[in-house]
Design a protein around this ligand. Sequence first.
Ligand SMILES: Nc1ncnc2c1ncn2[C@@H]1O[C@H](COP(=O)(O)OP(=O)(O)O)[C@@H](O)[C@H]1O
Ligand SMILES: C=C(OP(=O)(O)O)C(=O)O
Ligand SMILES: [Mn+2]
Length: 525
Amino acid sequence: MSNIKDSLGLENVGIVHRNLDVDSLIKFAIEKEGAKVSSTGALMIDTGIFTGRSPKDKFFVNQDPSNKYIAWGEINRKVSKEVYGDLLKTSKKQLSNKDIFVTDVYCGSSLDSRRAVRFITEVAWQAHFIQNMFILPTQEELANFKPEFTIYNACKTVDMAYVSHGLHSEVYVIFNVEENTAIIGGTWYAGEMKKGVFSMMNYWLPLEGKLPMHCSANIGKDGDTALFFGLSGTGKTTLSTDPNRALIGDDEHGWDDKGVFNFEGGCYAKVINLDKDSEPEIFNAIKKGAILENVVADENGVVDFTDKSKTENTRVSYPIDHIENHTPTLRGGHPKNIIFLCADAFGVLPPVAKLDKQQAMYYFLSGYTAKVAGTERGINEPIATFSSCFGEAFLPLNPTVYAELLGKKIDKHNVNVYLVNTGWTGGAYGVGKRMSIKNTRACINAILDGSIEDSEFETMSIFNLSIPKTLKGVDTEVLNPRNTWQDKSSYDETKTKLASMYIENFKKYLTLESEYDFTAAGPNL
Ligand SMILES: Nc1ncnc2c1ncn2[C@@H]1O[C@H](COP(=O)(O)OP(=O)(O)O)[C@@H](O)[C@H]1O
Ligand SMILES: C=C(OP(=O)(O)O)C(=O)O
Ligand SMILES: [Mn+2]
């Protein structure tokens, strides 16, 4: 233990709580951090001012050789080595002269592809969160653990000099690829650590020819793997949690020559309006060992899941074994089906469409959804958004790098690709309502059991999407979105509007090599 203490680069550290058992972490959180326990035994904490990620405060250090690979811009912002050095000092100072939590974990369930990551924090519930979300080393692995990446989470400090540093605010989340370190200040939101390491995996893996993916995954009784890509709020977590299919993971996976592997060891589900009947597995996962974030409960610890007074982005993290039907290996074979999820706030897209290869590439690069409230700072109602590969916020490299890898794998393994809209039906946001989870699940079941292939398909004009006319277990009238709108001319108008947004967005790929020109596979006006 003493050599760990010396290796941290901190001064006068007290006790180093390394991979402390969860019971002790819970005790710390209750006694020192104001945490409470819910009526079902989950720890309840508040994450403070930040109840979601803060993407404008995320930076990479601009240095050789990673600066040649990183796609610089609004998403991957530059910061100099000097500013990083300054803030690393600030962060280390914050973590010095006290007892700290060191949590050593793996990101990646594949022995060939995983990374050993060390988190240093002074907040007990954050150490608990890390243990929930990542993969815990065995005692033997822990004894030989050599961190390949270290995150200093100094959330209790801020960058007072952010103006002269040229940063966006007092909050900082900065990655140093060459030194294999990252620093966090000013935000307690633990999703920054989860999605931060995900961003690093998105940097490392493609350079080894492996595909990192913002998707959930599960596996059927016949051993068929399914992937569900989608931006926040589109249903990755909800729909991959399926009593009839073993969960591989709910958010981040890699795909290498052996198949699909989870990066994580736990799930991070939204609990706003959580309904016991439509999502019983997630509801029952909220027990001892889970952490509820920013929820409101009464004096008996009974949670009101409809209460959004702290945030719309209320969450629960839990280790994957809180879901009964899961794969302990956190791995699956090459996928048979890939589903692109979106939550279309315009109510234009069909609940399910089959995509050909060109369309798959087009819709993957487009990455459309309506961003739903709360997960990111400053977004309080749904707005349409295009995010390449359904996760541009986490992609340090050019989106075409990921698209090319996906395209090759789809060809090689002959994967079926579908678009599933979990968003609005019967009108746009405000008029229509969200598709029922029951209907969405039925669409997905028809894809996964192959029965969709028996349907007769029709082509939706402008988008040229193939939509089934009937589908087992799905109300027929919802399959063609135009039928669900009372005002047909309003539907046609909205459809044209959404098509133009797709077309406009895709123009950014026209400056690239013609091999990424999938324009013809998209909407045509
Ligand atoms: N038809 C639907 N399909 C999936 N989720 C739905 C649907 N209708 C409402 N929801 C809600 O939308 C949210 C989907 O979020 P989640 O599964 O956490 O998305 P992600 O994991 O992709 O961020 C959940 O709160 C879920 O209850
Ligand atoms: C944790 C997150 O993922 P998701 O909303 O996709 O579940 C996030 O975006 O911060
Ligand atoms: Mn999720």
